[in-house]
Design a binder for this molecule. Sequence first.
Ligand SMILES: [Zn+2]
Length: 375
Amino acid sequence: MRKSAGKIALLTAFLVMLFSTLSFAATVPGGPSTNGNTSINSMLSYEDVVKTLKSIEQTSKGKVEVFTLDRFGKSEQGRSIYVAKVGTGEKKIWIQAQIHGNEKLVTEAALQLLKTYASNSSKEVQTVLEESTLYFIPMYNPDGAEMNTRGTKVMETGQLLDLNRDWAAEGGFKANESKVVYSYWAELKPDFAIDLHHQGLKQIYGTNEATSFSLGISLAPNGPTLPAYKNYNDVTRQMLAYVYDEMNGYGYTHIDRYQIVDSEKQVGYDIDIKGGVVSAMMMGLNFNGLNPENHSHPAVFFETKGNSSDGSLGQKSNGYLTKQNYLALKSLIYGYVTGEVNDVDPESWNRIPSYPLAGYWTDYNGIVPAESSGF
Ligand SMILES: [Zn+2]
């Protein structure tokens, strides 16, 4: 592919922004000092998460089951990866948080929601638990969480690795975490997944308002890849349009579509990342012969403002951001299990604020201009 100098510069500038801005560059050894004002003391450590999970399990009267994925292996530094299961219904919903270790509040949100399902007996909760079984992975990347880094370190090679690029058919699965979680995913065969992240600071297009929450699909709708996979092009847009409306109803309005934004030109790039975990899920990746039938399912991701290594999270806003994430997650799960999301017009996805689309940000072909994608 021909790349202009401008595009290469842009690629460099935004390389670190995928799924979460600036954080990896700021935390690699020898990188710039962050001097952030983020207090991570108020955020959950790996040990806190394990304790919280066990306490939720204990008080749930048998509703919640907590277990590790040790039978598939452990993290690069030897930590167990935990799963919490709740519900008795047929639809299997996968919720993963903190695949990027410096994205802390999403774990808190996931645990709060698990607590709700464990203890609340409202009709909404009962419906969810009767119709579905939820599998929470609240801390996908325990080593990164402990190091407060986006990626993890592959012990054998010393390589710093973004786990959310490691479910790749070729050259992927370098880290234990990827093999462990993938093996479990291939065995479980979920029906739907939600992936929780944090992103750097950005503004809602055409306003001076900071984005507090972005809704994303890791293979761009109507982009180069997704339309070939079942009806996911519609279903994922329906889901996010549904969440957007629900959140507006709760009074959360600083929500937009996840894009990589060129703030100078005021344009955005939709991502099309095949090595991302939730992308691989939609594409039905068969790694090591573990998914021979190419089981696949729709998946979306959420991005909450800020992370804990670039100093963009303040304690004051943490409660708000966690609650927002919690409500979005809870709404989407309810909409999914009740089928309400199916009543949404996929085109209403266009109502979610976004920047004019300049192209697709890929991990296989650089930037693909929007006009050449055939859509
Ligand atoms: Zn992330």
